[in-house]
Design a protein around this ligand. Sequence first.
Ligand SMILES: Cc1ncc(COP(=O)(O)O)c(C=O)c1O
Length: 372
Amino acid sequence: MFNPQNNLLVKSETNRAFTAKKKNLLAICTLLTILSCVVSSCAGTTTTKQTSGFQKLDEWTQVWKEGQQTYFGYPVNQQSELHDFYEWYLAAGMDVINLNNAGDPMSGEPQKMSTQAFEREVIEFFAPLYGFQKDSVWGIVTHSGTDGNNHGIYFGANYLYNKTGKMPVVYVSDEAHYSNMRLCDLQNLEVKLIKSDAMGRMIPEELEKALDTTRPALMVFAMGSTFKGAIDDQEALNAVLDRHPEMAVYRHVDAALFGGYLPFTKDKDMVSHARMRFDAIAISGHKFFGIDSPSGLFICTRETYDNQNNFNVTYLNGNMKMINCSRDAVQPLKFWWLIQKVGYDQWSQQANRMMECTAYLKQQLDNIGWPC
Ligand SMILES: Cc1ncc(COP(=O)(O)O)c(C=O)c1O
């Protein structure tokens, strides 16, 4: 019987294609499972009528409530545990305090009118889950997966340039999320789109053919591509890169889609810096973690951060390496709240339940001969 837990890791070159197919089936099934969890978690939603006094808004609220029961598409977890958070927020008068996390939450004292102290704890909670050491990590709560990818690519280009004096070539699979290509365009970086296999994973032999070994390589690995849910085989791609020790390499993982649940499963090595040697990773907060509006995590090595160009901004403690100036102060609080309220054990239960449901769904599709 198909067992997703045992089949996620590639064991050998010879069974790579077979395992790839299973991995990607798993990814697609996982997407469907997240969606079914969304629907079931909404079944008990209270429908008490709350009116805003604005007809248009009230009408739309109804549309959203109904849509929440049946929406199929974007993989968000609507089992949000933020109700108490909003109660506290209003009761404490937080709604009239304007906070801003501009600046670096990981170095020095937190800014007074910010939630950086909590943002730092969020990064310190998640860093070990993604295989980073607490004393050599840097990170922020981002505005989205795209914001995380933007930092991953920007930091990678600066890191490689500062190390080698040459701008890198970006290598990314043709199935990866479009934000990566958009961001390379924005940052004026040369991109080589690498062909993926039928299941959507970057083909190592195609990477080998495309490599320009005279320039540094900025790899963007997909951890859940948009339509096929493909997970690039980092071990196989790293083996290609290792054959060119003369070439400086930086690895960013776009784990916006699947980076939330994987650390809580047996397949956690896939998102481990220590095991996969990536330098940076981006994860969305509004998918698995159930934050109710766009947010995310960006985590990288301290070495990456230390090799960025500084802007000496006196009002931000002279330390400004990230892209955004103003940054949201509420999303870090929501993340922090969820760590206290849901935390490792419950996220593990949810993630493993998703994997069980995924295996079940796959089995049922097999039973009816559905090609997947
Ligand atoms: C693989 C992948 N990367 C990036 C993104 C963009 O993330 P966000 O929507 O959080 O900006 C998504 C969004 O679905 C995604 O699935």
